[in-house]
Design a protein around this ligand. Structure first.
Ligand SMILES: Nc1ncnc2c1ncn2[C@@H]1O[C@H](COP(=O)(O)OP(=O)(O)OP(=O)(O)O)[C@@H](O)[C@H]1O
Ligand SMILES: [Mg+2]
Length: 473
């Protein structure tokens, strides 16, 4: 699981806990409000029962006052109070509608009040009936004013029963209210603590995010600085490489020019030596003994060898200097031409040449011809001691590239020296066995390189050799 997913999960969990806690706080609060409602209702009931008792006492004393004085003010007071009594009973009944037991007590209270009011009404009527006969003897009225008319408990007792129940409820509800408010406090503290924790966690995350943001910005800045430094060093290096390449190209050109002019200039004195040694041999042969003639023959041999060497060097130099002009070349045909020329120069050789027909390439025909002259020339030379000499030319496709090859069944060479083959003046065979200057393959290698191709060889001493090359176009 990813780090961001874990954070999201934790956040969702925290929000859930907060919601749960809020719900619990809301529940305790609503419980508190309910119990508070109940409490105030109980207090209401109690205040109305008080008022009921007061009205009852007032009615009682008003009747007594009226009996004693006959004053209509007392009678009026009596009526007002008795009305008040009934109004309060109605109110108490309404307020305790939810309690069956209180309703029963109120019903009983009503019967007690009705009985008491009945006696009070009768006393009142008696007094008003005797208004002209003067004050009535109070003792006669006493039974009428008793608090227990018709047997049973007094009104005060009935009220006290209701009040006792309300007091019990009061205690109970006060306890409930206290509990509810305690719950509210606990919920409030829990929610607050949780909120503080959440805010702290969120703050911590924020600080961390800010820090990593700063770190990223710092890293980006240092990466950019490194990048700039790298670009600067790169540019400097590129400049240096260009400079060195230029210097190298110049010195190469100088070297080429030098070797060309040396080779070229060497030819004139060589021609002189060649010409005069020939003249010496022809014109003065009768004056020279055999030893002298042998010396002259050796001089001429060396001169011819040197001429060949110079020619090879000149060719190598020309190959490097000349431009490459690519065009469609039929290499099979060119190979055949080279082979025919070699046969023309040496009719005695019985050798088989097999060329795969129609092998084409996009290359410089003049340069390819020089390369083939050297490769087929080598094959021709190194099969000179093989009884049934055979030279083969063909092409193959390897890893999407066309690979050309020239194979022979001649002397071959030891593969451990294969790296030396394409370096100038490196020969793997002695001059006695096979003549040569060791420049041919160096020339071929340059031609191939100028075509962006590559050249390599495979061989086994005494078992012929195969030279492969490509000509990237
Ligand atoms: N077909 C081949 N079979 C065996 N050895 C070869 C063959 N071709 C080249 N070599 C070896 O590679 C050496 C270098 O070849 P390279 O053509 O450069 O020189 P060379 O033929 O000796 O002289 P040059 O070609 O300059 O007259 C040869 O001397 C020979 O030892
Ligand atoms: Mg050669």
């Amino acid at each position: 699981m990813k780090k961001s997913d874990i954070y999201r999960l934790l956040m969702a969990g925290a929000i859930l806990v907060v919601l749960l806690n809020t719900w619990m706080a809301w529940r305790s609060l609503s419980k508190l409000f309910t119990t508070q409602g109940w409490l105030s209702q109980t207090l209401d009931v109690l205040s109305h029962t008080e008022s009921l008792a007061l009205n009852m006492r007032t009615a009682d004393s008003a009747v007594r006052g009226y009996i004693l004085t006959g004053s209509p003010a007392f009678e009026k007071q009596y009526h007002a109070s008795s009305q008040g009594v009934y109004a309060e009973i109605d109110e108490v009944q309404r307020l305790t509608a939810d309690s069956e037991s209180q309703q029963q007590r109120i019903a009983y209270l009503r019967t007690r009040v009705a009985a008491k009011m009945g006696t009070l009404d009768s006393a009142n009527a008696l007094r008003s009936g005797n208004s002209s006969a003067g004050p009535i003897e109070p003792n006669l009225l006493e039974p009428l004013l008793t608090d227990y008319p018709g047997g049973g408990q007094s009104v005060a007792y009935a009220i006290s029963q209701i009040e006792a129940e309300e007091h019990r409820l009061l205690i109970e509800r006060t306890r409930e209210t206290k509990n509810a408010s305690k719950e509210v406090w606990i919920s409030f503290i829990a929610v607050s603590l949780l909120d503080i924790l959440l805010i702290a966690a969120a703050f911590e995350q924020l600080v961390r995010a800010h820090r990593s943001h700063l770190q990223i910005a710092e890293d980006a800045a240092s990466i950019e600085a490194l990048n700039n430094e790298l670009t600067r060093v790169n540019t400097e290096l590129e400049g240096r490489v260009e400079e060195r390449t230029q210097e190298l190209a110049e010195s190469n050109q100088e070297l080429e020019a030098f070797s060309y002019s040396v080779s070229h200039d060497l030819r004139a004195p060589l021609r002189t030596i060649d010409g005069f040694s020939l003249a010496l041999m022809e014109d003065f042969s009768d004056k020279l003994n055999d030893e002298g003639l042998d010396y002259i023959a050796r001089i001429r041999n060396g001169v011819q060898r040197m001429g060949m060497l110079i020619d090879s060097l000149l060719q190598l130099s020309r190959v490097t200097r000349s431009e490459v002009h690519r065009e469609r070349v039929d290499i099979s045909q060119l190979a055949k031409l080279v082979f025919d020329e070699l046969t023309a120069s040496d009719h005695d050789r019985a050798i088989v040449f097999v060329a795969q027909p129609g092998v084409l390439a996009q290359a410089d025909p003049r340069l390819v011809r020089i390369a083939l002259e050297n490769l087929i020339g080598n094959a021709w030379k190194f099969t000179s001691r093989t009884p049934e000499g055979r030279i083969e030319f063909g092409s193959d496709v390897r890893e999407g590239r066309t690979v050309y090859f020239i194979r022979d069944n001649g002397a071959g060479f030891d593969m451990q020296y294969v790296d030396r083959l394409f370096t100038a003046f490196q020969r793997l065979h002695g001059d006695r066995d096979f003549k040569g200057s060791g420049i041919g393959l160096a020339t071929v290698s340059r031609i191939i390189r100028r075509h962006q191709g590559s050249i390599w060889a495979e061989s086994e001493l005494g078992n012929g050799a195969t030279f492969f090359f490509t000509l990237a176009a």
